[in-house]
Ligand binder design. Structure first.
Ligand code: NAI
Ligand code: MG
Length: 358
């Protein structure tokens, strides 16, 4: 088990340290090596995804990432921005399947801004295609063009998907649905966009291989609405890169706590990159108050999806539930009457919960 650690910027190193302590405590037979990605990498090498990092990431079975970016790099040209590093690694490793569970832990029932009866018990999974769609399509750009006889700026992007790109992400989603409730909702905009008409056609074709999964379809605007109206009608949602970007953030917020949400991005062989859904939180970086649980839960997803160590993953997830039950809360999920702790103490609590269990 070769793991590449990319702590990144802002709170990245603080939350990564806790996830690493948890992994070490499990006594797995793994090696962990650290490298630079994002703003820190730009500062040190002039490249948000330096070659040494590329070599390490390509040689590893899995990558665990903190977060990248921060205001000090916002003025850089697009090619040098920390986020470029993130896009580059996803593309280079072929991480086309982004899995984002949105789970509302009963202990955090009041964290959501939605009524508790709407979100109580929420446990859904968004499967987002990550390496295609309008985010990568060519041609793209901003040019000065002739528009009705006037010279003005003109912006353009291209949405496209091949049949095989659609089919492989749908298979990931069908497999996930099969292991859960057996319900899959495919989200598109087939009434307007040809690319997503193809998406729907391929979804219907692929369903023939999964007779045990009930496939439904929804237009993306309605899906956005249904997610806040009645999110529990969904189990697994699958969609393209752009719609998935938006819907997965929306779904994340149903749980009210960005500091709790892990994610996995997988290639065709279950090699993967695992990271919390949140960013580098520059507003609280260096203060030791960030919530490390999203990163710790990302490490659990890594054990589950890349290494098939379901036992170890389950132990981490149980430990997280246990510390929430014990009342440990970082500032982002704190409520009156609970025990407010910092990043390190939350890590300590998870370690203690793990030890009790074994
Ligand atoms: P953010 O997710 O970093 O922060 C949003 C809010 O949530 C802030 O108030 C922050 O303090 C809080 N927060 C985030 N994670 C937390 C945690 N673990 N514990 C407690 N509170 C937490 O999003 P924002 O502010 O829009 O972006 C900050 C930087 O992060 C930007 O440079 C952005 O580009 C980058 N970013 C990086 C991502 C990545 O590396 N995958 C994803 C999203 C943003
Ligand atoms: Mg996003």
């Amino acid at each position: 088990m070769k793991i590449c650690l990319l702590p990144g910027d802002g709170i990245g190193p603080e939350i990564m340290a806790e996830a690493v302590r948890v992994l070490r405590a499990l006594d797995l037979d793994c090696t962990m090596e650290e490298a630079l990605l994002g703003g820190g990498a730009v500062d040190a090498t002039g490249d948000p995804y330096p070659e040494a990092t590329q070599r390490l990431a390509q040689a590893a079975d899995a990558v665990l990432l903190g977060a990248v970016g921060g205001p000090q790099w916002d003025a850089l040209p697009r090619a040098l921005r920390p986020e470029r590093g993130l896009l580059a690694i996803r593309q280079q490793l072929g991480l086309f399947a982004n899995l984002r569970p949105a789970i509302l832990y009963p202990e955090l029932a009041n964290a959501s801004t939605l009524k508790s009866e709407v979100v109580a018990g929420l446990d859904i999974l968004i499967v987002r295609e990550l390496t295609g769609d309008i985010y990568f399509g060519q041609p793209r750009g901003i040019e000065t063009r002739d528009v009705d006889g006037r010279q003005e700026r003109f912006g353009f992007n291209t949405m496209h998907y091949s049949e095989s790109e659609i089919r492989r992400i749908l298979r990931v989603a069908f497999e996930a649905a099969r292991k859960r409730s057996g319900r899959l909702c495919s989200v598109d905009k087939m009434n307007v966009l040809e690319t997503t008409q193809l998406w729907r056609d391929v979804a219907i074709e692929t369903a023939a291989d999964y007779p045990d999964v009930v496939l439904s379809h929804m237009l993306v605007d309605n899906a956005a609405m249904q997610l806040v109206r009645n999110p529990k009608q969904f189990d697994v949602i699958v969609t393209g890169n752009m719609f998935g970007d938006i819907l997965s953030d929306e779904a994340a917020m149903l749980t009210g706590s960005i500091g709790m949400l892990p994610s996995a991005s997988l290639d065709a062989n279950n090699k993967g990159m695992y990271e919390p859904c949140h960013g580098s939180a520059p507003d609280i970086a260096g203060q030791g108050i960030a919530n490390p649980l999203a990163t710790i839960l990302s490490a659990a997803m890594m054990l589950r999806y890349t290494f098939a160590r379901h036992d170890a993953a389950q132990r981490i997830e149980n430990a997280v539930k246990k510390v929430l039950g014990q009342g440990y809360r970082t500032a982002d999920i704190h409520e009156p009457g609970m025990r407010q702790v910092g990043t390190r103490e939350m890590g300590d609590a998870v370690l203690a919960a793990l030890q009790v269990e074994c």
